[in-house]
Design a protein around this ligand. Structure first.
Ligand SMILES: C[S@@+](CC[C@H](N)C(=O)[O-])C[C@H]1O[C@@H](n2cnc3c(N)ncnc32)[C@H](O)[C@@H]1O
Length: 232
């Protein structure tokens, strides 16, 4: 049984680090890269910008941001040591010279200054942070006035047929595939974490409450995913 304390969440992501990327590729048929590129685009990041990817995990989104900002700077933050090790290794393996600094840190207490970043992304992190308003407040704090964050995550579709399909997929495809690698318990957390996750409308309200001035939520992939786009 996985509980949702920060220690358990961190331990869970450390444990699944070796299979996280291959499983993501299989389960989304590679689509997660397209959704992540959408988040990068909607963050408004541009050449020369200083950006942050919060809950960067093994570093996909941070790499995409770094490719976009060119001679700018990207900071990838995550609290799971093993995920960050893979993020570093992937950049090295590809012999890439990307302007990324990896920081082991907490999304609820970012070790970074106020009003510092031109854009931010977060992929599949908000559902896991433990305190969503606090994570949004931290993002708001580190962004410059007028800067945007694009937050990609799972989403509960409003169409009941699509929602049924999503639940079937999580329980019948994802968990058995993960159990093939010996990680069924670890992936069983996905469906309940989505059940608890605020809807797009609720996410927008939370972002307004912490002080973002413009908030939009885009359902994508038939509503099974969503991108919350919020501007300070
Ligand atoms: C599902 S993974 C997503 C990784 C990556 N962004 C991606 O899209 O593939 C969620 C990540 O959030 C991180 N995480 C969860 N809560 C966190 C917190 N409070 N502070 C920092 N990282 C956190 C986990 O360690 C994990 O790497």
């Amino acid at each position: 049984m996985i509980d949702s304390t920060p220690e358990s969440v961190r331990a869970l992501f450390d444990r699944i680090a070796p299979i996280y990327d291959p499983l993501n590729n299989w389960l989304s048929l590679g689509q997660h890269r397209i959704w992540k590129q959408m988040a990068v685009k909607w963050s408004g990041a541009k050449s020369g910008d200083t950006c942050i990817d919060v809950c960067c995990g093994s570093g996909d989104l941070a790499q995409m941001l770094a490719e976009r900002v060119g001679n700018g700077q990207v900071v990838g933050v995550d609290f799971a040591t093993e995920q960050l090790a893979i993020a570093r290794q992937r950049v090295q393996n590809r012999h890439l010279t990307l302007p990324i600094t990896w920081i082991e840190g907490d999304a609820l207490n970012l070790p970074l200054p106020d009003n510092h970043f031109d854009a931010a992304t977060m992929g599949y992190g908000l559902r896991n942070v433990g305190d969503i308003p606090r994570a949004l407040r931290e993002l708001q704090r580190v962004l410059k006035p007028g800067a945007t964050a694009a937050i990609l995550d799972l989403h509960r579709p409003t169409n009941p047929l699509v929602r049924n399909f999503q639940q079937w997929y999580l329980n019948t495809i994802v968990v058995p595939l993960a159990s093939h690698y010996g990680y069924s318990n670890e992936y069983a957390y996905l469906a309940p974490s989505l059940d608890r996750f605020p809807t797009g409308q609720e996410q927008r309200n939370l972002a307004l409450e912490v002080g973002f001035s413009t908030v939009t939520h885009y359902p994508i992939a038939g509503g099974t995913m969503g991108v919350l786009v919020i501007t300070k």
